[in-house]
Design a protein around this ligand. Structure first.
Ligand code: UD1
Length: 426
């Protein structure tokens, strides 16, 4: 277990670069199953989740190699296995992204049900319904989803909810289906556009990605291609909040401003000065933080993946904010830890009522999911005294490439603790 100690109170300043997007890399790695030949993906963040997806591909008989710093090469030939191993898929929900491509490519896929996770039950019913609409016969047996289709056939699909993963899974499967598929009420996240761009380069016929109606005209085969992954908008937003909460002055490079519009708008409403200049953004926070109300929504709404970090920021606002979570049913675990740091937050149904306090106090805290962990880091940067964060490698580092090093480069006081006694002795 990797633990870090943050000594709060340092104002962040300087320049920092955002890594490639984890949530764009994962489905694109899965999409390589649809291709033949060698794909080279660049700007892939070096994260545990990416390594897990590489291991999933390898288990399917595909050669996949990570070349530091940020390139993954994938070689796919005619022999792709059908069964994804239980221990990998249950480790990471995004492994389920292989279902659609595997089925489309080989006509048969056996993938374990990913199960729930800390932020909610997260079923895959919408993925399954979408694949069934393309003609797949799907059975659940002994905890595995087994899908068969000698040839998928395009159809009109209306998703019950604009699920990111279901949109991606169905879009990937439809690229090799016979005829036209129309996905209505599709998710519009930038990661879906990146996946579509990769598939289009590979020879797929897709239009409408980034809108709520995606059309896919099936083709016979896809070729391996090179692709650069988009910047990680959630890492960008997290770094912006880290700058804002410490009243810092930070330039964040490698961003796409269109992807972080809703975050910029909310931070400006909270009194943070933000100027966008091409692919970089300067966050300047001379005054205090004003309260703002937030409702998480699918893109282009405020992202659920930024909700915990925003709650940490608003914990120090000069008034009361109401933060409502509509995407996941159990995404307020950071609230209990923030309260241990002195935050005044009350949970009421889907909302957190955040009464701003003058200061947070450092404390030993535990992150139980990736973004909750990011919220605790952000809080630790400004808290009085020391904040000990456990399980960095199990949660936070699944989604943030070198986050502690990046923050240290901006002036944060973050130390790695080898043993728990290092903390108790200090
Ligand atoms: C993706 C992101 C995750 C982000 C989420 C919402 C990746 C790897 N992960 O997750 O970081 O928080 O989008 O922006 O890209 N649902 C169902 N049935 C389904 C599918 C989803 O009920 O078949 C529900 C989920 O339980 C959840 C909501 O729909 O409550 C949104 O989930 P979804 O958009 O599918 O998120 P993921 O693709 O899992």
């Amino acid at each position: 277990m990797r633990r870090i100690l943050i000594v709060g109170g340092k104002r962040l300043a300087g320049e920092v670069e955002v890594s490639g997007s984890k949530n764009a890399s994962l489905p694109i790695l899965a999409a390589t199953i649809l291709t033949r030949g060698m794909s080279t993906l660049s700007s892939v963040p070096c994260l545990l989740d990416i390594l897990t997806m590489i291991r999933v591909l390898r288990a399917l008989g595909i050669r996949a190699e990570y070349s530091p710093p940020n390139t993954v090469k994938v070689w796919v030939n005619d022999h792709v296995k059908h069964i994804a191993p239980y221990e990998l898929v249950t480790k990471m929900r995004a492994s389920f992204f292989i279902m659609g491509p595997l089925l489309a490519r080989t006509g048969f896929a056996k993938v374990p049900l990913p199960g729930g996770c800390a932020i909610g039950s997260r079923p895959v019913n919408i993925h399954i319904k979408g694949l069934e609409a393309l003609g797949a016969k799907i059975e659940l047996e002994h905890g595995f989803v087994i899908a068969r289709a000698s040839k998928l056939k395009g159809d009109r699909i209306i998703l019950d909810f604009p699920s990111v993963g279901a949109t991606e899974n169905v879009m990937m499967a439809a690229t090799l289906a016979e005829g036209e598929t129309v996905i209505e009420n599709s998710a519009r996240e930038p990661e879906i556009v990146d996946l579509a761009n990769y598939l289009i380069k590979a020879g797929a016929k897709i239009s409408g990605a980034g809108t709520d109606i995606i059309k896919i005209e099936g083709v016979k085969e896809l070729n391996a291609v090179n692709h650069k992954i988009i910047p990680d908008r959630i890492e960008a937003g997290t770094l912006m909040i880290a700058a804002a909460i410490t009243r810092g002055d930070v330039v964040i490079k490698n961003i796409n401003a269109d992807h972080i519009d809703s975050i910029i708008l909310k931070l400006r409403s909270a009194g943070i000065e933000i100027s966008v200049n091409g692919n970089q953004v300067r966050v300047h926070s001379p005054d205090g933080i004003k309260p703002v109300d937030i409702i998480t929504q699918p893109f282009p709404g405020f992202p659920t993946d930024m909700q915990p970090q925003m709650v940490a920021l608003l914990a120090l606002a000069s008034g009361t904010s109401v933060v409502t979570e509509t995407v996941f049913e159990n995404r307020f675990m950071h609230v209990h830890e923030l309260k241990r740091m002195g935050a005044d937050i009350r949970l009421e149904g889907l909302s957190a009522i955040v009464n701003g306090v003058n200061k947070l106090e450092g404390a030993p805290v535990k992150s139980r999911d990736l973004r909750a962990g990011a919220a605790l880091i952000v809080a630790g940067l400004v808290a009085e005294g020391e904040t000990l964060i456990e399980d960095m490698d199990r949660f936070i580092e699944r989604g943030y490439e070198g986050i502690d090093k990046k923050l240290i480069s901006l002036g944060a006081d973050i130390r790695e603790l080898k043993n728990i006694s290092d903390y108790e002795d200090e």
